[in-house]
Write a protein that binds this ligand. Sequence first.
Ligand code: ZN
Length: 389
Amino acid sequence: MLVIKNANLYSPEPQGTKDILMAAGHVLAIEDTISDQYLLPGTEVIDAKHNYVVPGFVDSLVHITGGGGEGGFNTRTPQMNLSDATSAGITTVIGALGTDATTRSLEDLLAKARALTIEGISCYCHTGSYQIPVRTITGNVRDDIILIPDFIGVGEIAIADHRSSVPQMPELARIASEARVGGMLSGKKGIVSIHVGDSTEYLQLLEEIVKYSDIPRSQFYPTHINRNIGLLNAGKHWAKDGGYIDLTTSTTEMDLQNGEPSCSEALAELLKSGVPVSQITFSSDGHASLPVFNDKAELVGLQVGKEDSLFNEVKKAVQEEGVALENALQVITSSPAAVLGLKRKGQVSLAHDADLVILDKDSLAINSVIAKSRVMIAEGEIIVRGTFE
Ligand code: ZN
């Protein structure tokens, strides 16, 4: 048993000062005061008098088996380790393949997701791949989602990108319909994750599918929407019409110099222009490759997308852009959980898993991280490491 005392609880809406009791992955009680007489001997007590306690973060796009490879075999990025996620406050991860579905496979992705779940966090993944025809395990998207518990959707499927398979409206619509029916029959969302590239087509293909078919806008989950101002504007319209948009927190200095809005700035701008916060999420695109160019635009190096960018951008939204803490938290907790249909994630309540992050009240630094009621990070120190860390 673990009890957090005197927590200033955000779920992500502010709940006041609470004591939170948890065990075996579940939140057992949230009360103004939980008296010691109800605690079993040996119960671990954390005093959170100087802290915010918030839901564990949900990162909706991570290349958990590694990504990249666009500069040749030596540019394939490595796998994610458990503590890459936990030290960044992330307790729920959605893994996906990237550009390369030839030397990387869905079977490997599934095995890695299960490894991370055994190691202590919650990990799901998407079937399918960047290019169409999409890779699957059983032969089609619908069967993968129905028959394989770990698969909650399909993607990321690339559009508006020179690396995409230039998908046509009917073929992408058919995949979305398969994911939708697969989701309905298995009690999942069957979300369609869409990688949106640099092309000025922006979200036109998705707008056409929504217009000419019966597939609802909410079936699609386009990501990298802060890639440039044009795409951000297209995303604004998509979201105001009821669509979800995901912003990518892993960016390089070069991207920012080239006019890519940071997630914190983009969030402030979207909220100001009237986009409901429930339509907006952040993901890290962790372990993707981030190319680094010199001033002659020559590739001089590669960085790896960092999971800790996820909360850094949330923190910046609060500290530099004046976004309210509960709104900024929502884009990495309750919003992605709702978009993905993860009913037990994204909030702190008796109906949700005991995934929590303890933040310093002044600096918003991550102090401790709890996944399924187990302390993974304590006072900034890694307590639980992955098998090979
Ligand atoms: Zn992508």
